[in-house]
Design a protein around this ligand. Structure first.
Ligand SMILES: *Cc1c(COP(=O)(O)O)cnc(C)c1O
Length: 420
């Protein structure tokens, strides 16, 4: 379970000073992670929300292997390759008609940076002075400087706040107070910002906060009325997490810009795309080099990652993915309902395959010692769960078996006694 020697690795979102054990994982299959000694853990958070069809999916692994025999990497400025071309075409086919262009990058954060730059580039190129960005309270859009700027301010980014740019924050559409959100957005949109960026239907890192589809649809309509670009960050919600392929589908919302990553490759390879409507591309289309879209990273549209994404899309095409999602959604609902009756829990909530609740306790917030104590408790019981403060959530791969899911929820039930 422990690395053999003191490791030089500096882990993300990890306080090394607490001396928590860091399991050394050797292989993974389906919903399970294994170490070399034969211990296993059920990956109840899909390795941070990326693994959709399960680890080491045979079709995705085969696609990666095949691609490694043909083309490993290619400069993407002015050159192209078949895996990227077919992926882009398929993404355009499965998303609403107004989305016509696909820009590649390599992570959720970079897809957000690209979205922001597209929005600002659009207004700059059409000669409109719009550069302010509106965001939703409690949002998370990634950890690069631009993505942090459009996310909630807090302990996560306090040292970097002097570098973060100013944004307009719209209150979260909490149950019963949705109209306040809509009014605030309407007022903020009247001041001619460039874009509004949202996590559709559920705010992930902000604590699995869910809001209704009609509120999302209204927010979209307000932006359209004011000519404000509507950016949907579907990095977490995409690929079936919320019960439909994209969360925007549930609300009948067509964004101007969409960010996709995490489940894009089924969780096997780092890759992201930012899709946009034709006028944004058209505003950059010119014989003038000064108007081109100045963004790239070395591994943009890496062919092996694109091959993995194409395999993911093939799985969506020819396997009963929706039926698996529906079954998991139902099973998650049943487990959550059993726990919701316990007075030590509150705010049970579910959207598609994501189920969450809060543990009743005096202290709350991310820094409370509860989250790491819970994570350790689950780890010792063979489950990978990483609570957000006192919010416990389960977001497993769609292949998770009934017995595996029951094991996870049993560990959660036992953890309530541990807290008490
Ligand atoms: C995870 C996440 C991101 C950032 O993605 P990375 O690949 O970690 O950079 C952005 N937006 C949302 C909604 C996310 O959940």
């Amino acid at each position: 379970m422990k690395p053999k020697t003191p490791s030089p690795v500096w882990h993300p979102f990890t306080q090394h000073g607490l001396g928590e054990p860091i399991p050394l994982i050797d292989r993974a299959e389906g919903a399970r992670l294994y170490d070399a000694e034969g211990n296993s853990w059920i990956d109840a958070i899909s390795s941070w929300w990326v693994t959709t069809h399960g680890h080491a999916n045979p079709r995705i692994m085969a696609a990666i292997r095949d691609q490694t025999e043909r083309l490993d990497q290619l400069i993407f400025a002015g050159w192209t390759h078949e895996p990227a071309e077919s992926l882009a075409a398929e993404l355009i086919r499965i998303t609403p008609d107004p989305l016509t262009r696909v820009f590649f990058s390599d992570s959720g954060s970079t897809s957000v940076e690209v979205a922001l730059k597209m929005a600002l580039g659009y207004f700059s190129n059409i000669g409109e002075d719009r550069h302010r960005i509106l965001v939703l309270e409690h949002s998370y859009h990634g950890d690069t400087i631009g993505a942090m700027s459009v996310g909630a301010r807090g302990v996560f980014n306090r040292p970097y706040q002097p570098l973060l740019f100013d944004v307009g924050t719209i209150p979260f559409p909490a149950a019963g107070r949705e109209q306040d959100t809509l009014d605030a957005l309407d007022a903020a949109c009247a001041e001619k910002p460039a874009a509004f960026i949202v996590e559709p239907l559920i705010l992930g890192a902000g604590g699995m906060l869910i809001y209704p589809a009609w509120a999302l649809a209204e927010m979209r309509a307000i932006c359209a009325r004011h000519g404000v670009l509507f950016i949907a960050d579907e990095v977490m919600t995409g690929w079936g997490r919320t019960g439909t392929r994209f969360a925007c589908d549930r609300a009948g919302v067509i964004p101007d810009i969409v960010c996709l990553s995490k489940g894009l490759t089924g969780g096997a390879m780092p890759l992201a795309v930012t899709l946009c409507i034709e006028p944004i591309f058209a505003a950059h289309l010119s014989t003038d080099r000064a108007r081109l879209f100045y963004h790239s990273s070395s591994y943009t549209a890496n062919p092996i990652a694109c091959a993995a994404a194409n395999a993911n899309l093939a799985i969506w095409r020819d396997e009963p993915v929706q039926a698996r999602i529906d079954a998991l959604t139902e099973a998650q609902g049943a487990h959550l309902a059993m726990l919701a009756a316990d007075p030590r829990t509150r705010n049970p909530r579910q959207l598609g395959t994501i189920a969450a609740f809060d543990i009743v306790q005096p202290e709350s917030g991310y820094l409370s010692s509860l989250a790491p104590r819970l994570a350790a408790f689950y780890r010792e019981r063979g489950a990978l769960i990483r609570p957000l403060g006192n919010t416990v959530y389960v977001m497993p791969p769609y292949c998770t078996g009934a017995g595996e899911l029951a094991h996870v929820w049993d560990a959660i039930a036992a953890s309530l006694d541990m807290v008490a």
